[in-house]
Design a binder for this molecule. Structure first.
Ligand SMILES: NC(=O)c1ccc[n+]([C@@H]2O[C@H](COP(=O)([O-])OP(=O)(O)OC[C@H]3O[C@@H](n4cnc5c(N)ncnc54)[C@H](OP(=O)(O)O)[C@@H]3O)[C@@H](O)[C@H]2O)c1
Length: 280
């Protein structure tokens, strides 16, 4: 049995689908049963919340692997989650982390690193999936694509190698199913260097509609994220990544996905084609 947290998110939902496709048993951890109703009887549901430690025990009971998507929970509660899991056995912990954990100059990097350290200290077998920017961040452009045919871009024409949630999930599933997992850290990106205007051009072609790219400052990007409910310190940390992309400091790609899965990761065009209905 595998517990998937963040199961209704971009990556976790793919982890659930891919585990089910492999014939694995899945329990999903969610605050809202309605959000997982589409899986019907194919998954067990653990109604839970990382801010409510009393929901941990039932969720982790009898699991062999846990996909952990969580950075904002206070570290004491996070440690308690790991201790509760360990009291139930030795489940493999697969943690959705960030490349920023390697150089934690801002809050986002620090939050990922402190969770990684708690996992290392737990003594449980683990895989830390340190990811670069997700392709699904393009869903953040949906609203202004629909209302103004415009993408507001704080990354200029800086290149980076975004990764598809589907590919992160493939690595996660491989780790969750690996009986010999001990202590792994993977740096995960896509394989194709691309900038935001090129991504918008691809989306425009796929939805047969001209789209405009308007450059915005880091400050405006922070204001926009805060308006959408992201806490200001996190928004400021995320904006640092945009700055680093704009300055050309993120123009690198790893081949870890291909090495681990035996197939090349999705290109942005391949990913966008799968999700074109959302953008149209
Ligand atoms: N975006 C990037 O470029 C990037 C790059 C590197 C790393 N990351 C990492 O990836 C994460 C985002 O992953 P994603 O895009 O798959 O997530 P997402 O789509 O934003 O999904 C959020 C998930 O978090 C769950 N959640 C929120 N608060 C919760 C709580 N209190 N208790 C339990 N679950 C809670 C939600 O579950 P319910 O609503 O069902 O309860 C939902 O499934 C970031 O936080 C970061 O750690 C992101």
């Amino acid at each position: 049995m595998n517990l998937v947290t963040g199961a209704t998110g971009n990556v976790g939902s793919n982890v659930v689908d891919q585990l089910l496709a492999e014939g694995e048993q899945v329990r999903v951890f969610t605050r809202d049963k309605a959000k997982v109703a589409h899986w019907g009887g194919r998954v067990q549901v653990a109604l839970g919340d990382f801010t409510k430690p009393e929901t941990y025990a039932e969720a982790v009971s009898g699991v062999d692997g846990i996909f952990v998507m969580n950075i904002v929970t206070p570290i004491d509660s996070f440690r308690q989650f790991l201790e509760t899991a360990k009291a139930n056995g030795t489940p493999r912990i697969v943690f959705l982390s960030s490349l920023s954990a390697a150089d934690p100059v801002n809050l986002v990097g620090k939050l990922h690193l402190e969770k990684e350290e708690a996992i290392r200290a737990s003594g449980l077998p683990y895989a830390l999936l340190r990811c670069g920017g997700f392709m699904s961040n393009a869903f953040g452009w949906l609203q202004t694509i629909k209302s103004e045919s415009t993408v507001y871009n704080p990354m200029g024409s800086g290149q980076y190698a975004p990764i598809a949630p589907e590919d992160i999930a493939a690595v996660a599933v491989r780790s969750l199913r690996s009986p010999h997992l001990s202590a792994e850290t993977y740096n995960l990106t896509g394989s194709q260097l691309i900038d935001a205007p090129q991504q918008v051009e691809i989306l425009s072609r796929l939805i047969h509609r001209p789209l405009r790219v308007v450059d915005i400052t880091t400050e405006t990007a922070v204001e926009n994220m805060v308006r959408y409910g992201i806490p200001a310190p996190i928004a400021t940390g995320v904006a640092k990544s945009f700055e680093s992309i704009r300055e050309g400091k993120a123009a690198m790609a790893t081949n870890t996905v291909a090495q681990l899965t035996g197939r090349p990761p999705l290109t942005f065009e391949g990913w966008a084609a799968r999700h074109v209905d959302k953008f149209a």
